[in-house]
Design a protein around this ligand. Sequence first.
Ligand code: XBP
Ligand code: MG
Length: 267
Amino acid sequence: MTELKALIFDVDGTLADTERDGHRVAFNAAFSDAGLGWDWDAPLYGKLLAVTGGKERIRYYIDDFLKDFDWAGVIPEPENEDHRFEWIARLHKAKTAHYLDLLAKGTVPLRPGVETLLNQARAAGLVLAISTTTTPANVTSLLSATLGKDSLDWFAVIAAGDIVPAKKPAADIYTYALDKLGLAAEDCIAFEDSRNGFLSSAGAGLTTIITTNGYTANDDFSGAALVIDGFGTESQPFTVHSGDTGDSKILDLALIQKVFMASQAKT
Ligand code: XBP
Ligand code: MG
């Protein structure tokens, strides 16, 4: 049986509830600046989360939700795929700038219990890493805004965004993180919030604990080691969707070790 060496965290929806009041708001601000008249309300955004990656999500919206989008109104050669991609990339860059502003203003806190768990893990000498689809600057800004600049050094690897061509649900970003860590999947445990994220971590062979949020509570997490609705704190204990948590009400290192060992015993 191997010993748990590293904790690998997803960011959006896992470390922080970023989507509805962070990314969505930033997308809408960029759309407004560009005079597009698009408004991604909270329920629509829930549907758009089917596709990970901001640029990919915009393309999905245009192709599947705005079937008659007039490309000729925004680029000179509307049939040119490279030009379409570049236009979306520019729009997404503007979205990222808005998102970074929101983070700098402290609009997006970490989820309750996250900071305590990170500190526990560091004190216990566990390696920490990040594996996310979002743009790298979004990760460093979220960590700096919530935990202070020094927290960037807490993470041995921050694997993010376009560093791999295939985003979640592909396993690539987790495989990349494991490779950079120089660890095997059996040495680590992943923390995710969504089905796409879980497919990615499980695809890389990682035991995964799911902490759901408003957008993902009804996702299919069959095969996950544990599914709870948050990390839990003394005043806000988690609720269990599936898995064995014994008497625990908080996702602390003792529970993580227990879940990790139970999953090792099954393999
Ligand atoms: C996160 C994403 C990202 C964010 C937006 O998924 O899909 O696209 O929604 O960030 P996960 P960007 O939590 O599974 O990594 O606009 O920077 O892509
Ligand atoms: Mg996520």
